[in-house]
Design a protein around this ligand. Structure first.
Ligand code: SF4
Length: 375
């Protein structure tokens, strides 16, 4: 056992670390299980300690972890799973991320951009279904910055009781600020990897890790509820890289963390790399719940894509957010970030009753509310 783990505590350890009773009755059998309990109590790990935890984990450690991470989710969020209506408003992107199916160099992608009216219609349909958060997600396109500002204003005027999340990539701070002042509440920008060299393996030279980090800090300074995150099992990823990711989360303290397995896309340079695993994604979801007990943690579409029960398993591991697709049905197939991305069944907003049934079966329910972060 590494006693040095006790030396530093998270700043919120005292006020937020009221652990549910299941923690008191947990009997750790391995070093990893000891570390997980210390993490839940607020310990701050070094990168070496994170690396050891990841490297030494065994299936029994996941079995130990999930009841704890699930209990922690319940302690903070009860049975509520927050739904976000995802509107993929354009797949037009100036970015060229090497893993992404809608990267600008993929000339096979069929490009589209929804009109303002189509987007407002999606919001109205979602509102009637019970969505109180809309997520506008699209590729990076500087030419559309001002039309997005006007759209944010209109959505917030029409749906004042709803939260609006944007996910439109890296933009100048002044643009982020205009969107925030227009009413946007949250911003999703995955950091992808906390290691600059690994970032350079996944992106072209003009897209830098330093810029990505600067964007994330700007968003937080402006006042957004910020979501970062990364792909699990991305090409070239090592335990040390994941350790850097977890250390970054511990320090940056985002309001949301989106992680899902890497899944290759056939028209990208990284097409031949294997997908990330369900096992590691679930272990990381559970670990992140212990690390940031109040964080908003989606069970992502990618998780549902690699396993038919991926979403439920993610919730059982500690996730508490699902983002069904509200985009018009005829464009959903064009927002192919990776191969075989789900966009029907429980991924589709119109099948909310199916999703509710599946969540009820694991003791959860859909919450009709904005679902703001408690952090
Ligand atoms: S990951 Fe985002 S920024 Fe990168 S190419 Fe895809 S849509 Fe564009």
């Amino acid at each position: 056992m590494n006693a040095s783990i006790h030396r530093t505590q998270n700043p919120d350890a005292n006020e937020n670390r009221q652990l549910p009773p299941v923690f008191a009755s947990a009997h750790p059998q391995t070093e990893v299980q000891q570390q997980l309990l210390q993490l839940a109590a607020g310990a701050v790990f070094s990168r070496a300690e994170w690396t050891a935890l990841l490297r030494q984990r065994q299936p029994a450690d996941s079995e130990f972890l999930f009841p704890l991470s699930e209990a922690l989710r319940q302690a903070h969020y009860g049975i509520n799973v927050y739904i976000r209506g995802l509107i993929e408003f354009t797949n037009d992107c100036k970015g060229d991320c090497l893993y992404c199916g809608i990267r600008r160099s993929n000339h096979s992608a069929k490009r589209y951009r929804l009109t303002k009216q189509q987007i407002l219609d999606c919001c109205l349909a979602g509102y009637k279904l019970g969505f109180r958060t809309f997520v506008l997600q699209g590729g990076e396109n500087p030419a559309a910055d001002e039309s997005l500002t006007r759209l944010v204003l209109q959505i917030k005027q029409r749906f004042p009781d709803c939260a609006l999340t944007l996910s439109a990539g890296e933009r100048p701070e002044a643009v982020y600020r205009r969107w925030f002042e227009a009413g946007a509440d949250r911003y999703l920008l995955r950091h992808e990897t906390a290691d600059p060299d690994h970032y350079a393996m996944l992106h072209p030279p003009q897209q830098t890790w330093q810029r990505r980090m600067a964007c994330l800090h700007s968003l937080k300074d402006i006042g957004y509820q910020v979501g970062c995150g990364f792909m699990v099992g991305s090409p070239g990823q090592t335990d040390e890289h994941l350790a850097a990711d977890l250390a970054f989360l511990q320090e940056f303290r985002p309001h949301m963390v989106g992680i899902g397995p890497f899944i290759p896309h056939k028209d990208t340079p990284l097409r031949s790399y294997p997908a990330g695993t369900l096992e590691l994604t679930l272990f990381l979801l559970g670990t992140i719940r212990l690390l940031l007990p109040q964080v908003l943690l989606p069970a992502t579409t990618a998780l549902g894509t690699i396993h038919p029960q991926g979403r439920e398993l993610g919730i059982r591991a500690g996730a508490n957010v699902i983002m069904p697709n509200l985009s018009p049905a005829d464009v959903r197939g064009n927002y192919m970030l990776y191969d075989n991305k789900l966009h029907t069944g429980c991924e589709a907003a119109e099948h909310l009753n199916d999703l509710r049934r599946r969540l009820n079966a694991i003791g959860c329910d859909i919450a009709v509310c904005r679902g703001d972060s408690l952090m």
